[in-house]
Design a protein around this ligand. Structure first.
Ligand code: FMN
Length: 481
């Protein structure tokens, strides 16, 4: 049984719209980009919470319900509606109902939500056109990744793009899931003796349970890891447990998380990581690997696109420009105030070495009035928690952005909590799905790539669409040919 389908270079996209979590690259943006013949990418990060919050808000437009009507197990679609859909929408002061936080082993019901949510997002992004759609996931957010992949594959996802870690076991997982076989990943547990290996397993048959499993294999999506160094690309190409189909090569100017600088972390006078010569990717060596690659990070300009092609790339992956277009998932009022601040020259991007609980540098927009930088610490989503094995042999889950006393009670060092921001709650607030709390609603936390100048160029005459981004980028390439 084989589901292999390797696209030829000629059919590969030139422009990948970067996956942007949480919900910034939603189905609407990916659908717009894929309809235009490029690769639209939905974010699969925290997609389960995104879906259940949309349902609790009454599912405006009926999109989630439309997709669920095509879910291969109608009983599970009904279960989602029964559990989460509120026809008249949640009262504005009512908090969202939460899902149980992920752990190494969760209930079948919990996995069903994740599978269904990934299906919905992918299905909607594919609706109404024949183009391919991809999904982006963060390797570090390990626990929901397998059911998310399976849900996206049930909806026919064409490409999986994963950074923030070393996703060596994902190709094998894609092979297994395409044949509805169990897939496993090594579970990262801090403090675990070297000779003990823990794993995370997802068995599609557990998902189908009392329902008849499908007889046909699923499309095995192409897999593009996100790398910031040729050495990592080479390792992934050679030592993954299955086929790697290409790479996204991301520089530290890209939005979201960045790879830390090589060597010891040094900060400049403003407190941002200093990147040097060793962080510059040698594209000639990248070409020698013989796999297609896309350049990401500040390549979202006509010139950047043309240069990427000259350097032997298949094309570019662009995030920031799409993040601020009309189809982006960013809450419209927030998006408008950021774009206004960008055009007025008030906004700037700070590469924060501490903000992300992952420990990776994370870019945060400063200079926009609506963006608060303080909140009372609450951890109720938990996607960035890491597992730690204590001296008593028990596993605890902790995040340095959770309340400090709770972190310390789980054996953590209070110093690790310094400057950490709750990305789970802050990023959900960016897309209008922030939690309502008596002590104040969750403040948004907006990330962006360094290249705000291009946003200002495109937004100079008002709001712009995904099609405008593509026309602008392609115009430059045509002009230089
Ligand atoms: C708002 C925003 C959120 C992002 N979130 C993610 C993410 O969840 N996962 C990821 O791999 N990359 C993420 N990125 C990076 C993009 O996928 C893309 O690689 C990057 O934006 C390209 O560089 P550019 O911002 O200069 O165009 C994000 C970028 C932005 C602007």
């Amino acid at each position: 049984m084989s589901a292999t389908l390797v696209p030829s270079v000629a059919t590969l996209p030139r422009i990948i719209q970067g996956g942007m979590g949480i919900g910034v690259s939603n189905w609407r943006l990916a659908n717009a980009v894929s309809s235009l013949g490029h690769l639209g990418v939905v974010s699969g990060t925290v997609i389960d919470t995104v879906m259940v919050r949309r349902l609790q808000d009454g599912d405006p437009g009926g999109h989630v319900r439309r997709a669920l009507a095509h879910f291969p197990v109608p009983a599970i679609a009904d279960e989602m509606l029964h559990r989460f859909f509120i026809a008249e929408g949640r009262a504005p002061d009512a908090p969202y109902r939460l899902l149980p936080m992920y752990r190494q082993v969760v209930s079948r019901a919990r996995q069903r939500v994740t599978v269904a949510a990934a299906f919905v997002e992918t299905w909607l992004a594919r609706e109404g056109h024949d183009g391919d759609v991809g999904m982006n996931l963060l390797t570090k957010v390990q626990l929901p990744n397998l059911p998310t992949l399976y849900g996206a594959m049930l909806a026919g996802v064409a490409t999986i793009i994963m950074g923030a870690g070393i996703p060596r076991e994902i190709p094998g997982a894609l092979d297994a899931l395409s044949e509805h076989r169990p897939a496993s990943l090594r579970f990262d547990v801090e403090g675990m003796p070297r000779d003990v290996i823990e794993s995370i397993t997802f068995d599609p048959m557990d998902f189908w349970h009392e329902h008849a499993p499908p007889m046909t294999v699923l499309r095995r999506p192409s897999f593009y890891p996100v790398v910031s160094a040729v050495s990592l690309a080479a390792t992934l190409a050679r030592k993954s447990n299955g086929r790697v189909d290409g790479f996204v090569v991301e520089s530290p100017t890209a939005g979201g998380h960045n790879a830390p600088p090589r060597g010891d972390m040094q900060l400049d006078a403003s407190g941002q990581p200093i990147y040097g010569e060793r962080d510059v990717v040698d594209f000639a060596r990248m070409r020698d690997l013989g796999l297609p690659f896309w350049i990401a990070g500040g390549s979202g300009t006509p010139r950047g696109f043309a240069q990427a092609l000259e350097q032997g790339a298949q094309g570019v992956q662009v995030g920031t420009l799409f993040a601020f277009c009309e189809e982006s998932g960013l809450e419209p009022t927030l998006r408008t105030s950021v774009v206004e601040a960008v055009c007025a020259g008030r906004a700037h991007v700070f590469t924060d070495p501490l903000a992300s609980p992952t420990g990776y540098p994370f870019k945060v927009i400063h200079g926009v009035a609506d963006l608060a930088d303080s909140r009372e610490r609450v951890c109720d989503l938990g996607y960035l928690r890491v597992a730690v094995r204590g001296d008593d042999g028990r596993t605890v889950y902790r995040c340095p952005a959770e309340p400090v006393d709770a972190y310390v009670a789980k054996g953590g060092d209070a110093a690790d909590c310094e400057g950490r921001r709750c990305l789970c709650n802050g990023l959900l607030a960016d897309v209008g799905l922030g939690q309502v709390r008596t002590e104040g609603d969750e403040p948004p936390l907006v990330t962006s790539g360094d290249d705000l100048a291009s946003v200002a160029t495109l937004a100079a005459e008002g709001s712009y669409h995904a099609a405008d981004v593509i026309a602008w980028l392609e115009g430059g390439v045509q002009a230089t040919r």
